[in-house]
Design a protein around this ligand. Sequence first.
Ligand SMILES: NC(=O)C1=CN([C@@H]2O[C@H](COP(=O)(O)OP(=O)(O)OC[C@H]3O[C@@H](n4cnc5c(N)ncnc54)[C@H](O)[C@@H]3O)[C@@H](O)[C@H]2O)[C@@H](O)CC1
Ligand SMILES: Nc1ncnc2c1ncn2[C@@H]1O[C@H](COP(=O)(O)OP(=O)(O)O)[C@@H](O)[C@H]1O
Ligand SMILES: [K+]
Length: 503
Amino acid sequence: MKIFNPQQIKELDQYTIQEQSISSVDLMERAAHKIVDHITLNYAITQNFTVYCGLGNNGGDGLAVSRLLLKKGYNVTVYVVKYSANTSLDFDENIERLKKITTLRTIISEKHIPPIPNNTVIIDAILGVGINRPLDGLCKVLVDAINTAPNFKIAIDIPTGLFCELENYSTEHTLLNANTTLTFETPKLPYLMPSMAKHIGNWKVLSINLSSHYKHNIATEYEYTTLADIQKINIHRAKFSHKGTFGHAEIIGGAYGKIGAIVLATKACLKAGVGLVTAYTPNCGMQILQTTVPEAMWTGNQPCDFYLEGNYINTSKTIGMGPGLGVHPKTQAFLHLVIKATSTPMVLDADAINILAKNKEWLKDLPKNSILTPHPKEFERLVGSFNNDFEKLEKLKEFTETYNCIIVLKGANTAICSPNGQIYFNSTGNPGMATAGSGDVLTGIITSLLAQKHKPIEAAILGVYIHGFAGDLASTKTGQISLTASDLIKNIGKAYLKIKQVS
Ligand SMILES: NC(=O)C1=CN([C@@H]2O[C@H](COP(=O)(O)OP(=O)(O)OC[C@H]3O[C@@H](n4cnc5c(N)ncnc54)[C@H](O)[C@@H]3O)[C@@H](O)[C@H]2O)[C@@H](O)CC1
Ligand SMILES: Nc1ncnc2c1ncn2[C@@H]1O[C@H](COP(=O)(O)OP(=O)(O)O)[C@@H](O)[C@H]1O
Ligand SMILES: [K+]
């Protein structure tokens, strides 16, 4: 699913109006119905609402929602926030419609902000994507007052004060803290940023049937991976395929006391469908590996705390390297040898990333389209610090373009950046996955998919989706708190089945 910037959202609106021969006020009515459907599903008729409406189309949405809720029998108090003399045409039309059924109240200045009763749900329809400067005056004081109130808050489209692009953005600006944001057609970029979570709350995309033609043809920098996107990827197994068809992966890592990391990655690699897998660990890992993962082959034969360069023989296997590897100076040299000896894309995680962060001049030796899977701290070690989440995304693009690689920046809504700077946010996963070894499982899955000849960007997107999906399925049984990395592995198969099932 594509993520549009504010300019594209306006174009999409206009395009839809022409394509569907619908008036803009009727499109607004369609959007309002979707919001009201959500509200009626979630709130009893006894619930009171207080709606704050601005003077543009976001305000128009608020007025239309108020009218529809009133007609359904809800108790709704509507305030028009008079921060300027200008109003939009669809706002004007909706004022006329609403006036017929209720009394409108107007807030004309900071001094006239009425107290907020505590038994009411607040609906924020003050400003939407049309915001073009930080909040000041009446809007700022009102939003501050709303933020101080303990009431549940629903924002229409975006919480008032939020900018969807780096331009104009500052952490200093006032913006509304919503508990829920109900947006139209696609998520906006800030919904996928950790720092914005407290302003956006839980968000939900409501489809308002905007032009498929426009959506299909317009290029966007950002995408949000949904089940429908994943179902376009071919995961079918042909009848006469054999284990050679599904590749041979080599998972390199583990050190004394950290062999578990490689056990998890190797198991996950198998569960994700690879034909053959070899675990490459120090020799203290041999018995552990052979007993815990009998399906895997083992190779290694180094000392136990570090890796020796002399032991490594390059083969045509697909390499995933890093879990439990350690950062011993000899291991660092070994990693450099491996990346120089490898010409096909590989997966690098954990200590492999930490070693590269210490030896940035080696990054140029990475095979093209290799996949690095840092968690936020490892990412910062690679690219340095940044001031906010917009800057983080810029650094992400800069890095993948410079080193011709793919980065999987892990966390809620993992961001996957291709070498040409396209960013795909993942939609599966839950905080239960913030648990030891969860990243090792991901390394195994992505290496497996690479070995199965998925294109590197596809292996990253599909791997991250399956990993999160396995986490979501596991959490229905274990809950999030008790979820472990082994539970993720157990649910990889079920995740595949679910993906195939609905297609
Ligand atoms: N395709 C969609 O997504 C649809 C969007 N609709 C709604 O339309 C909204 C966008 O409407 P508009 O473009 O009219 O924009 P807004 O309603 O966000 O507000 C625009 C007005 O506010 C002024 N303004 C900007 N920043 C301000 C500030 N800091 N303080 C005071 N005034 C400020 C602008 O000059 C402009 O007059 C969306 O957010 C959504 O709620 C819906 O009506 C239907 C379909
Ligand atoms: N809050 C969260 N929501 C969704 N996924 C998460 C969350 N926290 C962590 N994860 C996922 O769990 C994994 C953790 O990886 P990592 O930090 O490398 O763990 P480890 O080093 O213990 O293996 C990543 O895939 C990450 O995306
Ligand atoms: K709003």
